[in-house]
Design a protein around this ligand. Structure first.
Ligand SMILES: Cc1cc2nc3c(=O)[nH]c(=O)nc-3n(C[C@H](O)[C@H](O)[C@H](O)COP(=O)(O)OP(=O)(O)OC[C@H]3O[C@@H](n4cnc5c(N)ncnc54)[C@H](O)[C@@H]3O)c2cc1C
Length: 405
């Protein structure tokens, strides 16, 4: 098959690239390994689709850390306001939640995806599902495995939108990494981002508190203190409060073999005030009753104190310090397959400012397969769609230039 442009991967990044290319008048062929498109996008909608974030642009850009410079132009040209307008045009009205996060009013992804795909088909985008891209043939054609056997496709421009490596059952399994490496592309190994961590809980703690939320905390890593909460899992911790520190924790474990997450379990009370309360005589009361009466700590938080600071419970000063700065030792990140997203991917150093390979002109990369990471909060989808838009425009300009030559 000879075509103008192939978009490989039908997640939000690839769909956005296909949308722009089709708006620019190109005949777009979109290929995906799975029987249907946007499976991770739909999964994201299961717990409330967090499309983007409403905060000011500077703190928004900061969330992309070292990659914020590479993503800046894309994120500015398809800003959170543009994303809301785009969703609105597809019949999905959005609202800003109390945390500043932006959601569809329905909270779901399915209606948005349905009308998005309808619009793409109306624009002439041809969708080929069950087409798994494998590699390139010796003559440079794209090779796909399909239910009818292998096929070859020659395209003047290719947009790779293969996603990261989390939740592989939804299609993005990271199997592209070795293939690109073999062909000389610089690819940082995929690693879990926005992930849970293993903790060696005692049997008693795990049996009693697995599944319990630990709320109203300040969580600190490397001097960065952020409010949040987490859930006690059978073998560790998971949830937003942990995810926001996941990159730093993962890197510390890589370096030192373990990492410490510090918990302030009474953010509204100073250590001194706690100490004064705890100095009150315990009398005949049990430790648990004394702790509850003086500080209000009970249940999972009291058990965490026993679990992580058993040697500090004996006097008011050390106990107050443990409550304000409880060290929770993390052993390892949970596997990539369980993470919300992945770090690593195709490095920016070999791409131009519109994410086209300088090694292979006409080859573009979008979305989570690029080497960036960000916390949850709508940042992931924002960057996937924004890079998709940048590449859609750049690939169109490339094709037009090629036609002229
Ligand atoms: C449970 C969960 C909840 C989430 N919630 C949110 C949220 O609320 N807000 C947010 O911002 N982000 C959220 N995310 C993250 C977000 O969904 C992803 O960052 C985003 O989907 C990545 O988009 P993408 O287009 O780059 O890749 P993907 O969405 O992963 O799409 C890649 C596509 O490429 C296809 N593909 C892969 N390899 C091949 C191949 N070799 N050949 C052909 N096709 C291939 C796959 O089948 C897939 O369709 C969530 C993720 C998970 C797992």
């Amino acid at each position: 098959m000879q075509i103008d442009v192939a978009v490989i991967g039908g997640g939000p990044a690839g769909l956005m690239a296909a949308e722009v290319l089709s708006q620019e008048g190109h005949i777009v062929h979109l290929f995906d390994a799975m029987p249907s498109l946007g499976r991770k996008f739909l999964m994201a909608g299961k717990s409330g689709l967090n499309l983007t974030h409403s905060e000011a642009i500077d703190p928004f850009l900061e969330k992309f850390g070292v990659a914020s410079g590479d993503l800046r132009n894309s994120l500015l040209s398809f800003s959170p306001d543009n994303i809301r307008k785009w969703a609105d045009d597809l019949g999905t009205e959005t609202f800003v939640g109390s945390s500043g996060r932006v959601f569809p009013k329905s909270m779901k992804a399915a209606p948005l995806l349905r009308s998005w795909l309808r619009r793409l088909r109306a624009k002439g985008v041809t969708i080929h599902v069950r087409h798994k891209w494998v590699d390139w043939s010796a003559d440079g054609a794209l090779r796909f495995n399909t239910v009818e056997g292998p096929i070859k496709v020659n395209a003047k421009a290719v947009v790779f939108a293969l996603g990261g490596g989390s939740w592989p059952q939804l299609g993005s399994d990271g199997s592209w990494v070795p293939t690109f490496k073999e062909h000389g592309f610089g690819v940082e190994t995929l690693a879990p981002a926005n992930c849970g961590f293993d903790v060696e809980w005692s049997k008693h703690f795990k049996d009693r508190f697995s599944g319990s939320p630990v709320k109203n905390l300040i969580l600190t890593v490397g001097g960065r203190a952020l409010p949040g909460e987490f859930i006690v899992a059978q073998g560790g911790v998971e949830g937003g409060g942990v995810y926001q520190h996941a990159a730093a924790l993962r890197d510390e474990i890589e370096l030192k073999g373990e990492a410490i997450l510090y918990l302030d379990m009474k953010p509204d009370v100073s250590e001194e005030a706690l100490r004064n309360k705890l100095f009150k005589p315990q009398g005949s009361r049990s430790f648990s009753t004394h702790l509850k009466k003086t500080t209000g700590l009970a249940g999972v938080k009291a058990a965490l104190l026993r679990e992580c600071a058993a040697d500090q419970l004996g006097n008011a000063a050390t106990l107050a310090s443990a409550i304000k700065n409880l060290p929770l030792k993390l052993q390892a990140p949970r596997p990539l397959a369980e993470a919300i997203s992945s770090a690593g991917g195709v490095g920016f150093q070999q791409l131009d400012e519109c994410f086209m390979s300088t090694l292979e002109p006409g080859t573009f990369f979008v979305g989570e397969m690029l080497n960036w990471e960000a916390p949850t909060g709508g940042y992931l989808l924002s960057a996937c769609m924004a890079t998709g838009r940048t590449v859609g425009k750049a690939a169109s300009a490339y094709l037009k230039r090629e036609e002229e030559n």
